[in-house]
Design a protein around this ligand. Structure first.
Ligand SMILES: *Cc1c(COP(=O)(O)O)cnc(C)c1O
Length: 394
C-alpha cells in the first residue's frame, strides 16, 4: 500500500508517538495547578513553547497553542479584523486559492460589513507581490496569504509580501500549515505578524497547532474561559499533544536538508513519469512547489473515479483537498489557476512523505497510466475529444 495523501494528514512519527504516550502516563497534571503534578506539566508545556519559538525565530511569549490550523486561521483573521474595525479599517486582502479555514472566515466577515479583495492567482499558482502592493488601500487592515498551497503545493513569495505590508503598516497573516516542517520558515525573515501551523501536517498529532502572534499585535479570543495561553485561548492545554508537536517539528526541521533532497528527487521523477501520459498537465509551478507535492490534470476523466481505481491498486491519493471531496464542485484552487471545469474535474494530487521509494514512484506512474487509459476507454468526453467534436485543452 502506498500512502500519497500527506497534504491531508501525515502518519505520526515514532518519536512523536513516544513523547505523547510517555507524557500521557507520567505528566498528566493540569499545567495551571500549583502543586508538583501541575508544575511538571507546566514545565513540559513551556519547554515545548520554547522549542517551537526557537525553530521559527520567535520568542516563547509569541506562541499560542490552539487545536490546529483551522482555529489558528480563524483567530488570526478575526483578531486583525476586530483591531481594524476599531480604527475604521474594514478592507482585507487575500487570494482566491486559500484554504477554506481562511475563505470561510472571510465570508463571515463580509456578512459583517468587511470588504474582501481576493487577488487572482496566476497560471503558475504564485501571487505577485506587486499586485498585493497595488491592492493595499488606506482602509486595509489585513493581508492574509498562504505560505504554500495545500492542493498544488506552490510556494508564495511571503518575505517580499511581508516587507510590503510592513512598509504600508498593514497586518500580515500567513497560513503556513503546509509549509511548516517542509520548507524553512522563520517569522523574522518572512516579515509576518501572524502565522498558523498544525501538527498533523508534519507527523505530529491531530487536534494540535499553534499561532505565532508578533509582540504588539492584539489578539481577540475565540474561546473565553480561564487564563491559559496568556489569557488569549482558554481551556486546559493538551500537554502531551503539544509536546509531541514540538518533537515532530524538531525532527522535521533537523532532517529537512536530507528529506527535501530525497523528496524533490522523488517528486520530479513522478512528474517526469506522469508527463508521459498524453493530454495531462502538471498544475502549478514545476519548481517553486513543496518538495512532496505533485498535482496533475488529465483530460477526459473524472478525478473521483481515478481515485477509487487507484485505491483498488493500493494507492491512496486525493483529487483536491479532503474538504471538497464528496462534493461535485471542482477544486476552487484549480479554477483559480485558470483550469476550466472539465479539466479541473480530472485532477489528481499526490503528496509524498519522506519514506517514499523510487520503486513506489514507478508503481504510481504505471498505475495512474493504466487507470487513465481505462477510464478514457469508456468516457463520452474522451470520445468527443478523439472524434474532434471537442478540442483538446491539454
Ligand atoms: C490542513 C490545513 C488547514 C487546517 O488545519 P487543521 O489542523 O486540520 O484544522 C489549514 N490550512 C491549510 C493550508 C491546511 O493544509
Amino acid at each position: 500500500m502506498i500512502y500519497a495523501d500527506n497534504a491531508a494528514t501525515t502518519k505520526m512519527s515514532e518519536a512523536a508517538i513516544r513523547t505523547m504516550a510517555s507524557l500521557m502516563e507520567t505528566v498528566w497534571g493540569n499545567p495551571s495547578s500549583l502543586y508538583e503534578h501541575g508544575q511538571n506539566a507546566k514545565e513540559v508545556l513551556e519547554s515545548a513553547r520554547q522549542e517551537i519559538a526557537d525553530i521559527i525565530g520567535a520568542s516563547p511569549k509569541e506562541i499560542i497553542f490552539t487545536s490546529g490550523g483551522s482555529e489558528s486561521d480563524n483567530q488570526a483573521i478575526l483578531s486583525a479584523a476586530m483591531t481594524g474595525k476599531r480604527r475604521g479599517k474594514t478592507h482585507i486582502i487575500s487570494t482566491a486559492f486559500e484554504h477554506h479555514a481562511v475563505l470561510h472566515t472571510l465570508k463571515r466577515l463580509e456578512k459583517d460589513g468587511f470588504e474582501v479583495t481576493l487577488l487572482p492567482v496566476h497560471e503558475n499558482g504564485i501571487i505577485l507581490p506587486e499586485e498585493v502592493a497595488a491592492a493595499i488601500r488606506e482602509d486595509t487592515c489585513l493581508v492574509t496569504i498562504m505560505y504554500a498551497n495545500n492542493e498544488i503545493g506552490t510556494i508564495q513569495p511571503i518575505p517580499e509580501i511581508g516587507a510590503i505590508c510592513r512598509e504600508k503598516h498593514v497586518l500580515f497573516h500567513t497560513d503556513a500549515v503546509q509549509a511548516m516542517g517542509h520548507i524553512p520558515v522563520n517569522v523574522q525573515d518572512a516579515n509576518v505578524d501572524l502565522l498558523s501551523a498544525s501538527a498533523h501536517k508534519f507527523h505530529g498529532p491531530k487536534g494540535v497547532g499553534f499561532l505565532y502572534v508578533r509582540k504588539g499585535v492584539t489578539l481577540t479570543n475565540l474561546i473565553e474561559g480561564g487564563a491559559q495561553e496568556n489569557g488569549k485561548r482558554a481551556g486546559t492545554e493538551n500537554v502531551p499533544g503539544i509536546a509531541a508537536m514540538a518533537t515532530a517539528l524538531k525532527e522535521a526541521v533537523d532532517n529537512m536538508p536530507e528529506t527535501s533532497r530525497h523528496l524533490i528527487a522523488m517528486r520530479d521523477r513522478l512528474i517526469d513519469g506522469l508527463n508521459q501520459i498524453p493530454h495531462g498537465e502538471l498544475n502549478g509551478d514545476a519548481t517553486r512547489r513543496l518538495p512532496g507535492n505533485v498535482n496533475f490534470c488529465f483530460e477526459g476523466i473524472e478525478g473521483e473515479s481515478l481515485l477509487l481505481l487507484l485505491d483498488d491498486k493500493g494507492i491512496q491519493a486525493s483529487s483536491g483537498s479532503a474538504c471538497t471531496s464528496g462534493s461535485l464542485d471542482p477544486s476552487h484552487v484549480l479554477l483559480a489557476i485558470g483550469r476550466v471545469h472539465d479539466v479541473a474535474h480530472g485532477s489528481l494530487r499526490l503528496s509524498l512523505s519522506e519514506d517514499i521509494t523510487e520503486e513506489e514512484v514507478d508503481t504510481i506512474v504505471r498505475s495512474v497510466g493504466e487507470v487513465v487509459t481505462y477510464l478514457r476507454s469508456f468516457s463520452p468526453i474522451w470520445r468527443d475529444l478523439m472524434d474532434g467534436k471537442k478540442a483538446f485543452i491539454l
